[in-house]
Design a binder for this molecule. Structure first.
Ligand code: MG
Length: 157
């Protein structure tokens, strides 16, 4: 078995929704990012690549490459899963934590889990997404952006 950990942050800019876990969450700002800015999926993708010893998301999908401008982060996730499968590695568990003072994410968690389970080709009972505030502390607490953490377990097929 192999364990991977991922972390990502994106700041806000003017906008009207946030992409989180593949879900467009209505909000009064959006993420400043080259891609769709989905911090949750970026943390998860980094965890998967890390567990497989494949570096990180920036190495595979550089933010200087116009091909990834406004890219759907679920595509990056599925591409990373394909890289794992080529190496006979299967993700058997994923746990994510999104740190956001606002918006309230609980209405969207089940949909996020469904999208992630589909992209990981995994039973939904093996995917977990949590949301927490940071008690008004730090950049998340001040509403400057959102952070996400992910831990995954890989097994050889
Ligand atoms: Mg990112």
């Amino acid at each position: 078995m192999r364990i991977g950990h991922g972390f990502d942050v994106h700041a806000f800019e003017a906008g009207d929704y946030l992409m989180l876990g593949g879900v467009a969450v209505p909000f009064e700002q959006s993420f400043r990012a080259h891609s769709d800015g989905d911090v949750a999926l970026h943390a998860l993708t980094d965890a998967l690549l890390g567990a497989a010893g494949l570096g990180d998301i920036g190495r595979h999908f550089p933010d200087t490459d116009p091909a990834y401008h406004k890219v759907d982060s679920r595509e990056l996730l599925r591409h990373s899963i394909a890289l794992l499968h080529e190496r006979q590695l299967h993700c058997s568990s994923a746990d994510l934590t999104i740190v956001a003072q606002r918006p309230k994410l609980s209405p969207y968690i089940d949909t996020m889990c469904g999208y992630i389970a589909a992209d990981l080709q995994l039973d939904i009972t093996r995917v977990n997404v949590k949301a927490t505030t940071s008690e008004h502390l730090g950049f998340c607490g001040r509403g400057e952006g959102i952070a996400a953490f992910a831990v995954v377990l890989l097994e050889e097929i």
